[in-house]
Design a protein around this ligand. Structure first.
Ligand SMILES: Nc1nc2c(ncn2[C@@H]2O[C@H](COP(=O)(O)O[C@H]3[C@@H](O)[C@H](n4cnc5c(=O)[nH]c(N)nc54)O[C@@H]3COP(=O)(O)O)[C@@H](O)[C@H]2O)c(=O)[nH]1
Length: 817
């Protein structure tokens, strides 16, 4: 392009020179025309010669100027010299003409001058023509040169164009590769993305900025896709949530409708509450009635209002996550209804609650049921008296009062009805229940209103005497109870009498827990029972010591059974008709490793309480049978000896039948020689099952005797139904017989009764000859007591029987002791 430009510039310069040369040529032609004119004038002597001469001078002057201007066009210095010559010739021609014009009278001179001027003019013309000719040649040469330059420029331009085109193609190709393609791919990618093809990725690798752009676009596309996916998920979730919310709202509305709940919505800023029609209906209010909080709060029961308000305020203040309260509220009909209200506050970002809404459920029935349940939980179902739990609770409260006030005295009375089981079993459970109710009421009539009479279970009652002056007050109440209780109760048309054994425990510094007081009163009651019933005992520390002993005995008893520490002693039974020993009563003893030989009174009741009586009794039965069999095999006695064995109530079970059956099969015992002593209480406790067992035993050939007859509760109407062989008169009657006429009469009655029922009579505890004599007189068949012999070891039985058989050692009362 540069060369072409230079060429064009040169060519242009040539053309410019050519133009100037043409102008000079024009001037030359003008000059030549003037010269020719002057020549003609010269020969024609024309008056205008002078004027033409002036024109020639002007033309030469113009030519000179043009030539000067054209100096640069002529590269030949000769041209300039020619012009100078031409100028000189003009000057010379001008002088010659001047001489010609001014010549006078001399014709020759004028012709000479005329010729000289013509010659000069010709020479001038020639030179001018010559110059013109040279200029024409010059112009031709220059024109040729210019044309060549133009041609060259054309070629240069063509080459330039060709090169430019080639370069353009190459540049275009490069641009296509490095810009257009990636741009197109980018554009395509953006279109795809714009069209929704999120995640579209440019796979082509570019190493330049387009590569980075593509990578960024890919990342952008990927993140758009993941964002879109997430958005879609969120939208889906939101839709689900909205659907769930809608469903939940519908469900809630349905539930509220179904549950018959009222709704409320409290605008806390305006302090107005919208109550649903159901809410108002629940209180018997009309639909158009009020929207003020007072409609609600002022109706709440005075005892519940402060609590409700506190709960509302706590929730509004953000102290609770939700609001819930149960309260009574006034119905239009004047009654109070129990409501459960639940609610939730809506808060500003600052946490300030501006709205609270919730529901109201009527729970009156539930509350009643709860109250009933609560009542049932703390009251005895039969007597409606407080039960053990409530008693303990009240006792606990009183303990608290005593801790706060050192002068506060209180006591616990523990009552157990005497022989209640007998009444219950003989008159039936319904009668027993009525007796318990009646006893409860009677006790309530004895105590003060703030005292608590509770039924602890079975025939056990407890009374909490609060705020008493001391032990005397407690004793006074116990005595009043014992005075009132024996008064007859009319139960099912029968007159029933009841007494109670009472234990008293006065609160003392030693009592740390309420249970201790109850335990002590129970212990005292136990002692009252043991000491004869229908009485009261005041707890003292000794009783506790007895309990400890009791527990030790219990533990030792378990060991005694394993170690076989028991032994049977035998007390003779004398036939008053033959005055001979016909049998023995087997009496258990415990050879305690530390305490020595222990009497049954020290452990039988504990064995009964703990159930250890069963293994112990089984052992005694086997041992007694074994000895009896042995004695009979050895032919001791004039008649087959008999053995009496005591049975406690706990042993008197169907299992006994099986055991006796096996023993009789195992051992060779003469029929009717094994005799069982059962107390009246045991038989009368379960009269029907007792009758069954007694008949079964009788059928096996077992002799049956009622022990301690006269001390228990006998139903004479029942007595003849039992297959009893003999009645054993309790020693309490025998010992008093010779002193007290009344006891003698009792013995007479028992003897007559037994004989009337076809039974024998055995008198226990005969200690005096006088007693033996009277018993013989009364027709008593057998006697037993220290007068005849104390209980002896089994090994001594043979000796005793042997001595009795010795005619020289005649048996008389007391001789065997
Ligand atoms: N279930 C079982 N109970 C038994 C068994 N062994 C005895 N016992 C029961 O213990 C009670 C007391 O027996 P024990 O201490 O042996 O007293 C007996 C005699 O020693 C006593 N007795 C006899 N004669 C007199 C007397 O003249 N004076 C007097 N003060 N006491 C005397 O009486 C008891 C015998 O009485 P009883 O049984 O009513 O015939 C005892 O009563 C049984 O209940 C046993 O193995 N199993």
């Amino acid at each position: 392009a540069g060369v072409a430009t230079l060429n064009i510039k040169t060519t242009t310069q040539v053309f410019n020179n050519l133009l100037k040369l043409h102008q000079i040529e024009g001037l030359r032609h003008g000059l030549m025309e003037r010269i020719l004119k002057v020549q003609s004038d010269l020969y024609t002597v024309h008056t205008s010669l002078g004027h033409n001469l002036d024109s020639i001078i002007v033309n030469v002057s113009h030519l000179e100027t043009a030539a000067e201007e054209c100096l640069s066009c002529h590269h030949r210095p000769a041209v300039a010299a020619e012009l100078e010559e031409l100028q000189r010739l003009v000057e010379e021609f001008k002088g010659a003409l001047s001489f010609y014009i001014t010549a006078s009278a001399n014709r020759e001179r004028i012709d000479l001058l005329k010729k000289e001027a013509a010659l000069l003019g010709n020479r001038l013309l020639y030179n001018t023509e010559q110059m013109s000719f040279e200029a024409g040649a010059n112009i031709e040469r220059l024109t040729t040169t210019a044309l060549i330059e133009v041609e060259r420029a054309r070629w240069i331009l063509f080459a330039t164009l060709l090169l430019s085109g080639l370069v353009g193609v190459l540049v275009a190709r490069h641009l296509s590769r490095s810009i257009t393609r990636p741009t197109a791919e980018l554009v395509h990618a953006t279109r795809c993305i714009a069209a929704g093809e999120l995640g579209y990725a440019i796979e082509t690798q570019f190493d330049d900025e387009f590569g980075e752009l593509a990578s960024n676009l890919n990342s952008m596309s990927a993140s758009l896709k993941s964002g879109y996916t997430k958005l879609q998920q969120e939208i889906a979730e939101r839709r689900l949530t909205e659907a769930a919310l809608l469903e939940s709202q519908e469900r809630y509305a349905l539930a509220a409708q179904g549950a018959n709940d009222g709704l409320w919505d409290w605008d806390l800023r305006a302090n107005r509450i919208h109550y649903s029609p159901r809410w108002k209906a629940m209180l018997g209010l009309q639909d158009e009635q009020g929207a003020a909080p007072a409609v609600w709060l002022e109706r709440v029961h005075p005892d519940d209002r402060r609590h409700l308000e506190a709960k509302i305020n706590a929730h509004i203040d953000g102290q609770t996550t939700h609001f819930e309260s149960e309260f009574r509220i006034l119905h239009q009909d004047g009654s109070y209804r129990w409501m459960l209200t639940r609610g939730l506050a809506v808060r500003e970002v600052t946490g300030r609650a501006y709205r609270m809404a919730g529901s109201q459920t009527e729970i009156t029935e539930r509350k009643k049921a709860e109250e009933q349940l609560l009542h049932d939980a703390f009251h005895d179902a039969l007597t409606d008296l407080p039960n053990r739990a409530l008693f303990k609770n009240r006792l606990q409260q009183v303990f608290g009062a005593a801790q706060r006030n050192g002068d506060f005295a209180f006591a616990v009375l523990f009552l157990d009805l005497d022989r209640f089981k007998l009444i219950n079993d003989s008159l039936g459970h319904l009668a027993g229940d009525q007796l318990l109710i009646a006893v409860g009421k009677r006790m309530l009539g004895v105590v003060r209103p703030n005292d608590t009479v509770a039924r602890l279970g079975g025939d056990e009652f407890a009374i909490l005497l609060q705020d008493i002056r001391g032990l005397d007050d407690a004793i006074h109440i116990a005595e009043r109870i014992q005075k009132e209780l024996p008064k007859p109760f009319t139960i099912g048309g029968h007159e029933v009498f009841s007494t109670a054994s009472i234990g008293i425990s006065l609160h003392s510094a030693g009592h740390e827990r309420p249970e201790q007081m109850l335990r002590d009163a129970d212990l005292a009651m136990y002692h009252a029972k043991a000491n004869g019933k229908a009485r009261y005992e005041i707890y003292d520390a000794r009783m506790h010591a007895d309990t400890v002993t009791h527990m030790r005995v219990e533990n030792d008893l378990r060991r005694a059974i394993e170690r076989k520490e028991f032994q049977l002693y035998y007390q003779p039974i004398l036939s008053l008709a033959s005055n001979r020993i016909t049998g023995f009563e087997a009496l258990i003893r415990w050879q305690h490793p530390e305490r020595g030989l222990m009497a049954p009174a020290e452990f039988i009741s504990i064995a009964e309480e703990t159930g250890l009586i069963t293994p112990m009794g089984q052992w005694a039965l086997r041992e007694a049978c074994s000895k009896l069999s042995q004695w009979q095999r050895h032919g001791l006695g004039s008649v087959p000896l008999t053995v009496n064995l005591n049975l406690s109530g706990k042993e008197f079970t169907p299992a006994l039948l099986q055991q006796i059956k096996e023993l009789l099969q195992e051992m060779d015992i003469a029929p009717g020689t094994l005799r069982l002593e059962i107390t009246e209480s045991t038989i009368m406790g379960e009269p029907e099952s007792s009758a069954f067992l007694l008949h079964q035993l009788k059928a096996m050939g077992i002799g049956l005797q009622i022990d301690d007859f006269g001390t228990g509760y006998s139903s004479l109407s029942y007595l003849h139904q039992f297959p009893i062989d003999a009645l054993k008169i309790d020693r309490s009657f025998v010992s008093m017989m010779s002193i007290d006429r009344e006891n003698l009469e009792i013995i007479k009655t028992i003897v007559n009764l037994a004989h009337n029922l076809g039974m024998d009579v055995i008198a226990e505890g005969v200690e005096k000859p006088e007693e033996l004599r009277i018993l013989k007189q009364l027709g008593c068949e057998y006697a037993q007591g220290f007068l005849i012999s104390r209980p002896i070891e089994a090994d001594s039985v043979a000796t005793l029987i042997g001595r009795e058989a010795d005619p020289d050692n005649h048996l008389h009362a007391g001789s065997l002791r």
